[in-house]
Structure formats: structure tokens, C-alpha cells
Design a protein around this ligand. Structure first.
Ligand code: DGP
Length: 112
């Protein structure tokens, strides 16, 4: 399967990793939208939130218990935003589930 984020997981495409364990990894976004912008992804290929099911949901809960640790390591002590774009209308460009972590400054209150 031709997937940029699977290639990042495998080390075939370089990335600035900020966190990694057996199930997920986090790396800086190539096109940052905030002073701190990283992506947290499962190592297994899941296309989007629409493909989360009873079998693979454990990696998602793992990601959500890991995000606060990643945020702390990135010094996001004053808060941060988590975004996951799903499908065309949300402009999801990479079809591998990912959670944007944005912070490092006061963000706009407009989310759409
Ligand atoms: P989305 O639009 O939600 O699918 O966001 C995909 C994000 O992935 C986008 O903010 C840019 C980032 N991105 C795409 N290709 C690469 C890459 O090769 N390396 C890194 N670090 N980020 C990438």
C-alpha cells in the first residue's frame, strides 16, 4: 500500500519524531499551522476515524492516553488543540489516521 505515514513509520521517509512506542508515533508536521504542530499516528494503517472499530480501537485509546505525555514533552503547558480531519469535506489529505496536536500560542477560536 502506498501510504506516506506508513513509510514514515517504517523509516523509509525521514521525519522529526518527537515520540515513539510499540503502537504509535508522533512527529512534527511538515507544514506547521501553529508554533508547535505534531501529528500522532497509530503504527498500524487505519485510514481515518471512520475505520475505527471494536478490533482496532485499543490503539486509539492508547494514543489518547499518550497525547498528554507528548504535549508535556513539547512544553504545551498552557493547552493545545487535537484535530482529526475525516474525508473530503474536512480536507483529509493523508489517508492514515492522524491526530494533529497544535499549540505553543493562543489559537484562534474559529475551528472551521
Ligand atoms: P490532513 O490534511 O489532516 O490529512 O493532514 C495531513 C498533514 O500531514 C498535513 O498537515 C501535512 C502533513 N504531511 C504530509 N506529508 C508529510 C510528510 O511527508 N512528513 C510530515 N512530517 N508531514 C507530512
Amino acid at each position: 500500500m502506498d501510504c506516506i505515514f506508513c513509510a514514515i513509520v517504517n523509516g523509509d521517509i525521514p521525519s522529526k519524531k518527537v515520540y515513539e512506542d510499540k503502537f504509535c508515533c508522533a512527529f512534527l508536521d511538515i507544514n506547521p499551522q501553529a508554533p508547535v504542530h505534531c501529528l500522532v499516528i497509530p503504527k498500524e494503517h487505519i485510514s481515518s476515524c471512520n475505520e475505527i472499530n471494536e478490533t482496532n480501537v485499543s490503539v486509539v485509546s492508547h494514543i489518547f492516553t499518550t497525547i498528554p505525555k507528548i504535549a508535556k514533552a513539547l512544553n504545551l503547558t498552557n493547552g493545545y488543540r487535537i484535530i482529526s480531519n475525516v474525508g473530503e469535506d474536512a480536507c483529509q489529505s493523508v489517508k492514515h489516521l492522524h491526530f494533529h496536536i497544535l499549540g505553543g500560542a493562543k489559537l484562534t477560536d474559529k475551528m472551521g
